[in-house]
Design a protein around this ligand. Structure first.
Ligand SMILES: [Mn+2]
Length: 323
């Protein structure tokens, strides 16, 4: 069952009409999920609404400079009562909310706000903008359409969402509009230097050691390069699951490589992160394995062990590359 498409004005109206809004963070929340959600909550609370972010995974350490990361965030089991609106930012599919799924029924109406091409059009209403570099751009437009002020804290959250989802304004998804919104956020008090320090110069020794271990597994076959991370590597370096974020980007940086992959042991299988330069639509490949994402950045989870996952995913990529 799919919902109804809405435009910016209708989506803004749905949020404006709600007294209480329950936001859902996706599993392993990234900078876009967290930044756009916390920025929205900040602005909605200042407008007198009740709003929280429900999540299944904790907010990663590097995002804990964002206003509301603890106050606005509620582990999904602790969310109480009924909500006028359930809002999903940056969730390509309802399954992305993970174990928090039963909580969705506590929202009278649901609104799915996203920029993934693979979005499954879930929710009572969905507002999609495939051209948005980050859902942060959409959050900015929604708040502007609602004529709600964006203060320095909200601006920093939304700016963070855009910085992280564009790899610091490097990806092809970046448009003049991306920069116009970033400029508007700087005018409202977001500080690029401070955000960059928090996200990109905030390493820990375990994280760097894990990066070294992961990179040591590097293999390449023509246009495909891949690395892997095992549970044992996490244990031996003292790194956390969240410390693997960003590691997926390394293999693709090799000259002549089209697709870079990170295989990571998780509970119940192998999490596969895919990055493409553009020749291969890795979103489509991830979809073959029940995952999703964008043409250049996507992911899926494959059952079985590392060897089996590597074999099946690389075979699928080779098939696409030979087409
Ligand atoms: Mn995103």
């Amino acid at each position: 069952v799919t919902g109804r498409p809405v435009d910016l004005q209708d989506a803004a109206r749905l949020i404006r009409q709600a007294e209480s809004v329950l936001f859902f963070l996706h599993v392993n929340p990234d900078g876009d999920s967290i930044g756009s959600t916390l920025g929205m909550i900040r602005a909605l609370r200042q407008a007198g609404k009740r709003a929280v972010a429900a999540g299944v995974d904790p907010v990663p350490r590097i995002y804990r400079y964002l206003h509301g990361w603890d106050e606005y965030f509620v582990p999904w089991q602790q969310v109480e009562g009924e909500w006028d609106l359930g809002c999903f930012l940056d969730c390509g599919d309802l399954t992305r909310v993970g174990d928090a799924l039963p909580l969705v029924g506590r929202a009278r109406v649901t609104l799915n706000v996203d920029h993934h091409m693979t979005n499954s059009l879930f929710g009572d209403y969905y507002y999609l903008d495939y051209k948005a570099s980050a859902v942060g751009e959409m959050a900015f437009h929604l708040l502007t359409a609602m004529q709600l002020p964006i203060d320095r804290d909200a601006a920093t959250c939304i700016y963070t969402s855009i910085v992280t989802d564009t790899g610091m304004f490097r990806y092809e998804s970046v448009t003049p509009e991306t920069h116009r919104i970033a400029a508007a956020l700087l005018e409202r008090g977001a500080r690029p230097y401070d955000v960059a320090q928090e996200i990109y110069e905030n390493e820990t020794v375990p994280r760097l050691l894990l990066t070294a271990r992961g990179l040591a597994t590097l293999r390449r076959e023509g246009p495909i390069a891949w690395i892997h991370v095992t549970r044992q590597m996490l244990q031996e370096t003292g790194a956390l699951d969240e410390d693997t974020e960003g590691l997926v980007n390394y293999p693709r940086t090799i000259s002549g490589v089209e697709v870079g992959i990170l295989f990571r042991e998780v509970e119940g299988g192998i999490r596969v992160g895919l990055r493409s330069r553009g020749v291969v639509d890795v979103g489509a490949v991830a979809k073959e394995f029940g995952g999703g994402g964008h043409a250049r950045a996507a992911g899926c989870t494959v059952a079985g062990d590392l060897t089996a996952a590597e074999a099946s995913v690389i075979a699928a990529l080779k098939a696409v590359l030979m087409r």
